[in-house]
Design a binder for this molecule. Structure first.
Ligand SMILES: [Zn+2]
Length: 98
């Protein structure tokens, strides 16, 4: 493990929605913002900015919003509470571009 700058949240081993940050993850800092490697529940891997996780702005690799049940729920103007139940993670209810 590398020592982390104090400005960087150590997200190793934490889970955000469908995204799991490996305990062995090493962040990279391309432009003053730490990015973390994630493993999504669907099996996808990628990088995500740490602040997007801690602010609840990103909770999957993208598969979350692509979930047909979630899409349908949004289309039918399902109440946010119900949508969260469908999504099963309590964090959807965001509109507009990611
Ligand atoms: Zn995914």
């Amino acid at each position: 493990m590398i020592p982390l700058d104090r400005k960087i949240n150590d997200l190793r081993g934490r889970r955000f929605g469908r995204l799991q940050i490996p305990t062995t993850a090493e962040p990279r800092i391309p432009r003053h913002h730490a990015e973390w490697p994630y493993l999504c529940d669907c099996g996808a891997k990628g990088w995500v900015r740490g602040t997007r996780l801690t602010q609840g702005r990103q909770v999957s690799c993208g598969c979350y919003r692509a979930d047909p049940a979630v899409r349908q729920a949004a289309r039918l103007r399902t109440p946010a509470k119900r949508r969260r139940e469908i999504a099963g993670m309590g964090g959807l209810a965001r509109r507009g571009p990611q």
